[in-house]
Design a protein around this ligand. Structure first.
Ligand code: BGC
Length: 348
């Protein structure tokens, strides 16, 4: 079968390969892949900066944001042929650590977790894959292939859960949220904020293209200036860029008792001048919290499935701004101004 494979840490090594059918050891559910989303992590893997092949192999099948259709599932279970499904990315470490042992693999303590399409386990960008039922999440059939947005939505569903758990230290009824970055993660974080009835503000640097309208059509407000000009003392900031200056801006300007959730992965090598004393002082005197958040466990996928089911299909269809057949996969990596989420179409 066809699969998009890469040699991790080897720039320019990606190719469309012929690979064996998925091994039975991956699980009894056989899924036909319909589409795979491309995100910043994939670009890093393709650039030779991230990723790990499965033990004993040089190449990894790429793809961790997927939508597929069940071809075979064990009788008597929750899954049936034809169901639209998404595979969870992370698998618990084999030790397992205390978090992986209770299904909180997104908080793995020892780093020995695996991730499909990223770390030591083949991903979903192949014509078919196998999986165990407990790592499959069903999506509302009316979403069709827009279900490819489930994985990125699970990441922000987790971020919102972190915000709520931390905010819940004291009375917590947040009104205003600032989301920095209007890429897919920022837009989906904003979508959940609107679904929660909050006053949502999204900041990005571009003034044209699809992002300003996508934000407005959510019922949120779009800004291109600095955070403190957009909103005074927001209750929540969800930082979706990983840009160091925006991270510190968020920490400096979040409101008293507020929560900053960092979801962007930054590359190192840049330093900033920061008045650490002032930052410390305001964080202490105003009980502010900053938390990092990555990945998602099953609870977050299920919450994300609910958020997508409640979302406007036409809006989601604009988030998936470009679809590229797998035969032309290289076009999917070529960033265009109007791109939001690009999806590689694997099946039909
Ligand atoms: C994925 C996460 C993963 C992270 C780090 C992100 O792109 O969405 O599931 O944990 O990369 O590998």
């Amino acid at each position: 079968m066809k699969a998009l494979t890469v040699q991790p840490m080897q720039k320019g090594s990606a190719r469309l390969d012929d690979v064996p059918e998925p091994p039975d050891s991956d699980g009894p559910v056989l899924v036909e892949t319909l589409g795979v989303g491309v995100c910043g992590t994939d670009i890093e893997i393709l650039s030779g900066e991230y990723g790990w092949a499965p033990p004993g192999r040089d190449r990894l099948v790429l793809g961790h944001e997927s939508i597929g259709r069940v071809l075979q599932a064990p009788a008597g279970g929750d899954l049936a042929e034809g169901d639209l499904v998404v595979g969870i990315v992370r698998r618990p470490d084999p030790v397992p650590c205390a978090n992986c042992a209770v299904g909180e693999w997104d908080f793995c303590r020892n780093g020995q977790y695996t991730e499909r399409g990223i770390k030591e386990h083949d991903g979903y960008c192949s014509e078919r894959y196998r999986i165990t039922p407990d790592y499959v999440v069903k999506v509302d059939s009316s979403l069709g292939t827009l279900g490819v947005l489930l994985e990125p939505t699970s990441v922000v569903a987790k971020a919102w859960e972190q915000v709520d758990r931390i905010g819940g230290r004291a009375h917590w009824s947040p009104r205003t949220v600032v989301v920095t970055g209007a890429g897919p993660i920022g837009l989906l974080a904003a979508m959940i904020g609107v679904q929660r009835g909050m006053d949502v503000h999204v900041i990005d640097q571009v003034a044209s293209g699809p992002k300003p309208d996508l934000v407005k059509d959510l019922g949120a407000t779009y800004h291109t200036g600095p955070l403190h000009q957009a909103v005074d003392a927001p209750d929540v900031v969800i930082e979706c860029t990983g840009v160091g200056s925006l991270v510190f801006d968020a920490m400096e300007h979040v409101g008293p008792g507020g929560v900053v959730c960092l979801t962007g992965v930054s590359s190192g090598g840049r330093t900033l001048d920061v008045d650490a004393g002032i930052l410390n002082r305001s964080m202490v005197l105003e009980n502010e919290a900053t938390v990092g958040s990555v990945n998602a466990n099953r609870r977050h996928y299920e919450s994300a499935a609910g958020a997508l089911a409640a979302a406007d299909r036409a809006w989601l269809a604009r988030v998936v701004s470009r679809r590229v057949p797998i035969a032309s996969w290289e076009d999917a990596l070529d960033r265009r101004d109007d791109d939001v989420k690009v999806v590689i179409e694997v099946g039909s």
